[in-house]
Design a protein around this ligand. Structure first.
Ligand code: SAM
Length: 367
């Protein structure tokens, strides 16, 4: 089991041996490429492969490997109205996959690759249903009115929100740093009948493989921006993919909810350092899998978003009631509805949101 000091959007926490703050790691650029689920790869052929159809065609319709990956990096299909002849997915032999540079995995990628197979199991109880209902209720009013508008699910994980978007009729592009997570998302989307989604393995700090100024909506749920090496950089990258006026809906860790954890260590120096940087880490037994978690107060979050060119339209605390520790009260469905009403009466209150473990933000990209 593993966790961050404030928890809430993820599963359980380790009994921690140490609380040292994360030391900065090198920010080697991650090669960007698409994922192919080996189990489903045969469903796709070159003629319908999103990469091959944008690569130089050859006589047998198979894609040519790029001469130099860094120069000939294949691009995903341009976002736009669905092309019924393309699956949007990528065949096993396309240049994307040949362009997969051998590289050292980042800790965040290692961790999520390892937990992908059991990820969904840890989110199947009354608490997470309640939590997901709050999340979706806050997303729904901001879905693009034009269903042909392309949308992004960033840090898509196993594709929970991508599948929701797909079922709501949108053409989804899923991005995640973890290939194992993307493979799960691919399966989930296929099971939901989506043969059009694009899946892309990429670091949020480098979204150069995505088309610019195209997407009407980007979701980043489960705090992937704060778990990147540079949230400021990730936010700028995301803004470049959004159409003018496009909306980012993202969750972030609340800095204040980690205070108890640092206090329990009885070391003022560690607390001071945390308060100064806002940076902690995801604690898990294997030190190679510990990744940075950037946390914010509401005002710091507003400043971060403004500096990256967004206007904050709405922010809620998620969740203000510490339901995670009182799951049993959600088992009765009538009581659940009442707890939901109480939560919603508090989650926009400026002072109450300081209690929440996370924030969910609606931010509009400036022109
Ligand atoms: C807590 S999971 C949330 C998954 C999904 N959005 C959900 O709400 O169920 C965070 C996901 O973000 C991905 N992620 C974390 N840091 C990332 C980064 N820098 N670039 C791309 N994906 C990242 C992880 O691999 C993981 O799948």
């Amino acid at each position: 089991m593993s966790g961050s000091p404030n928890q809430g959007t993820r599963s359980g926490i380790d009994k921690l041996a140490d609380v040292g703050l994360a030391t900065p790691r090198s920010t080697a650029a991650i090669a960007v490429f698409s994922v192919v689920n080996p189990a489903s790869a045969n469903r796709y052929d070159h003629a319908k492969c999103a990469s091959c159809s944008t690569a130089t065609p050859s006589s047998n319709n198979a894609a040519q490997p790029p001469a130099a990956v860094s120069i000939t990096r294949p691009q995903p299909r341009a976002a736009g109205p669905r092309d019924p002849t393309s699956t949007g997915r990528h065949c096993r032999d396309c240049p994307y996959n040949r362009g997969m540079a051998k590289r050292r995995k980042q800790s965040v990628e290692k961790y999520h690759d390892r937990v992908a197979a059991r990820y969904d199991d840890s989110y199947e109880d009354a608490y997470w249903q309640w939590h997901d209902e709050i999340t979706w209720d806050h997303i729904k009013p901001h879905l693009p009115t034009d269903q042909r508008a392309p949308v992004l699910d960033l840090g898509c994980g196993t594709g929970k929100w991508a599948a929701k978007l797909s079922k709501s009729g949108y053409a989804v592009t899923c991005v995640d740093i973890s290939r194992s997570m993307l493979e799960r998302a691919d399966t989930k989307l296929a099971e939901a009948g989506d043969t059009l989604a694009t899946l892309l393995q990429a670091d949020l700090c480098d979204l150069s493989a995505l088309p610019r100024n195209q997407f009407a909506l980007a979701l980043a749920m489960g705090d992937p921006i704060g778990c990147s090496e540079s949230p400021a950089r990730a936010l700028k990258e995301i803004r470049q993919t959004l159409a003018p006026g496009g909306v980012l809906i993202a969750t972030f860790d609340n800095k204040l909810s980690a205070l108890d954890f640092y206090l329990s260590k009885a070391d003022p120096k560690t607390m001071e350092e945390f308060l100064r940087s806002g940076r902690t880490k995801w604690f898990t037994r294997d030190h190679d899998e510990r990744f940075p978690v950037h946390t914010y107060t509401p005002s710091q979050l507003r400043n971060l978003l403004a500096a990256a060119g967004y206007e904050v339209v709405d922010m809620i605390g998620k969740t203000v009631l510490p339901m995670r520790h009182h799951r049993h009260v959600l088992e009765d469905s009538a009581a659940r509805r009442r707890w939901m009403k109480i939560e919603k009466s508090l989650h926009r209150d400026d002072s109450a949101i300081g209690r929440a473990s996370h924030f969910q933000v609606i931010a509009r990209a400036g022109a």
